[in-house]
Design a protein around this ligand. Structure first.
Ligand code: MG
Length: 281
C-alpha cells in the first residue's frame, strides 16, 4: 500500500457509513467496514463481500463493531449505552464482538475496532478493573485471529486513554484516532492529544467538528472536512511527525442525506489528496 491511501468508512446493512459503491465511484482504494448485522455475518456473505471488494479493487483495513441498543443521542446517553462499559450488556456484547472478530477473520482483516464506551476514571474501582478484564478478553480473542484491537478515541482524554491501554497490558491493543471526536466530546485539543498517544495510533479517521459552547456537557457539531476546528493540515503534519503512514479514512455520518454525503466525501478526498501531495510529495 502506498503511504496515506485514502479510505472511507462504509457499511452494508448496519451503521452509518457509505455503501461500497460510493467508495468505488469516488475512486477510493481502502475502506473500513461497520460490522453488518448478525444474520449477514456468515461465511457465504463474507465470500460474496470479498469477491465484490476484489472486483472493485478495494482493500478492507478494519472492521468496526457496534451493538444494538447503542445511542449517540447526547453525551450522557452515550455513557449509558455505548460499548463494553455498560455492565448489563457487557458479557453479551463481548461475545458479539468476538463473533465480529471471527467474521473479520473470514474477510482476511487483521484489525477490529470499536468505541469501548466511557471508561471509569477511578483506577482503584471495581468497575475500572471489570472494564480492563473485558478488554483483555477481547484482545486475547482477537489475538487468536491474528488481529489487533483499535480503540476509537473521543470518550477519554489522551492521558486517560494512555493509562488505560497500559493497564490492559496487551500487545495487540492500539488506537483508531478520530480528531473530531475529541472536539465533539470535549475531551481535549486533538493535535495535542495525537502527539501524546501517537505511539499507539494504527488507524485514523479524517473527520472535522466544531467545539460546543459547553465542551463535555453538550455535543460539538460535526462538519465537512476542512470546515471545523481540527485544522486538517496540522492534523496530517502531526500524523507525519509521529510516523503514521496508514490509510486516511474519511468518516462523514449523514446517511439521511446520501447525495450531500457523497459530495462532501468527494471534497474530503480532494483536500486529503492535495495535503498528501504537499506534505509527502
Ligand atoms: Mg470516528
Amino acid at each position: 500500500m502506498a503511504d496515506w491511501p485514502i479510505g472511507v468508512f462504509t457499511s452494508i446493512d448496519a451503521g452509518l457509513g457509505v455503501h461500497l459503491e460510493v467508495a468505488h465511484e469516488l475512486g477510493i482504494p481502502t475502506i473500513q467496514l461497520h460490522a453488518p448485522q448478525r444474520s449477514t455475518r456468515t461465511p457465504e456473505k463474507a465470500d460474496e463481500f470479498l469477491a465484490r471488494l476484489d472486483e472493485l479493487g478495494i482493500e478492507l483495513t478494519a472492521v468496526f463493531g457496534g451493538f444494538e441498543g447503542e445511542s449517540y443521542a447526547d453525551i450522557p446517553t452515550v455513557a449509558k449505552t455505548v460499548g463494553l462499559v455498560p455492565p448489563e450488556t457487557r458479557e453479551e456484547r463481548l461475545q458479539e464482538m468476538c463473533q465480529i472478530s471471527d467474521f473479520a477473520r473470514l474477510l482476511g482483516c487483521d484489525v477490529v475496532a470499536l468505541h469501548l464506551g466511557f471508561v471509569p476514571h477511578d483506577r482503584t474501582s471495581g468497575e475500572y478493573r471489570h472494564v480492563i478484564a473485558v478488554t483483555q478478553r477481547l484482545c486475547d480473542h482477537a489475538s487468536i485471529n491474528d488481529q489487533a484491537v483499535h480503540l476509537e478515541t473521543g470518550q477519554e482524554t489522551a492521558d486517560a486513554l494512555l493509562q488505560f491501554i497500559q493497564d490492559v497490558e496487551r500487545g495487540n491493543l492500539f488506537i483508531n484516532f478520530d480528531p473530531a471526536n475529541m472536539i465533539l466530546y470535549g475531551t481535549g485539543e486533538p493535535i495535542e492529544a495525537l502527539k501524546k498517544v501517537g505511539a499507539y495510533v494504527r488507524s485514523v479517521h479524517c473527520k472535522d467538528a466544531k467545539w460546543s459552547d459547553q465542551p463535555g456537557v453538550t455535543w460539538g457539531q460535526e462538519v465537512p472536512l476542512g470546515e471545523g476546528d481540527v485544522d486538517i493540515e496540522a492534523y496530517l503534519s502531526t500524523l507525519k511527525e509521529i510516523g503514521y503512514r496508514g490509510p486516511l479514512t474519511i468518516e462523514r455520518e449523514i446517511p439521511q442525506e446520501p447525495e450531500r454525503q457523497k459530495v462532501e466525501i468527494a471534497h474530503a478526498v480532494n483536500l486529503l489528496t492535495q495535503l498528501r501531495e504537499k506534505l509527502l510529495g
